[in-house]
Design a protein around this ligand. Structure first.
Ligand code: COA
Length: 178
């Protein structure tokens, strides 16, 4: 497991820790997803499984000991150099302070050190916050963001926006920038 990033924020007077998830994070991740009212909430079982099996490609943020956000991801089985980011959520009181992009940045840094060279995610057209966050991540990583259609609305049962595929590449560690 990687070393957690702990930081005391002198302005907000809060201790922020960004780290890989552990089993105890599953329930609060499920709660944050449900409270987002935007994400497709997975079962509580799915978040537990994610914490057990995909911790190395996921991140959580803790503020003063409380879970404030999470990123779930996996490396694509047929393309192990590609990190697919499934869900990103920041609990309402903590939004707009750079937490989402910082969790993603920490995840990319960790995965790039393991050989990941590109990130994929899908975003529906009605989610400008998510587009802005991934655009911000691409700028931070000095990489290019591209968009192509992936899932159409009629591929989802029960009504759902289409999901466009966003790719960020190339990804390298900050060490390689020097
Ligand atoms: C999307 C989400 C994770 C962003 O988290 P956050 O911590 O508030 O985002 P950040 O503060 O890190 O912002 C990152 C960038 O996105 C921009 N951004 C964030 N929210 C925005 C919004 N509502 N509208 C426009 N831009 C927004 C910020 O200005 C920042 O850009 P900058 O770096 O150029 O200044 C959060 O809004 C959320 O949990 N939404 C519900 C779940 C969701 O939609 N997840 C994404 C799809 S899986």
């Amino acid at each position: 497991m990687q070393t957690p990033i702990s930081k005391f924020d002198a302005i907000s007077q809060q201790t922020i820790e960004i780290r890989e998830p552990v089993l105890a994070d599953g329930a609060p991740m499920h709660r944050i997803a449900e409270n987002s009212r935007v994400l497709d909430t997975n079962s509580s079982y799915a978040y537990l499984l994610w914490c057990r099996d995909f911790a190395a490609t996921s991140m959580v943020a803790e503020i003063d000991g409380e879970l404030a956000g999470f990123v779930t991801g996996y490396t694509r089985p047929a393309r192990p150099h590609t990190l697919f980011v499934w869900q990103v959520a920041v609990d309402h009181p903590h939004r707009g302070h750079g937490l989402g992009v910082r969790m993603l940045d920490a995840l990319v840094e960790s995965c790039a050190a393991q050989g990941v060279t590109q990130l994929e995610t899908t975003i529906s057209p009605d989610n400008p916050a998510s587009v802005a966050m991934f655009a911000s991540l691409a700028r931070r990583r000095l990489a290019t963001l591209t968009r192509t259609p992936l899932f159409t609305a009629d591929q989802f049962p029960g009504g759902h926006q289409p999901e466009d595929l966003y790719r960020i590449a190339p990804l390298t560690t900050q060490e390689e920038w020097r």
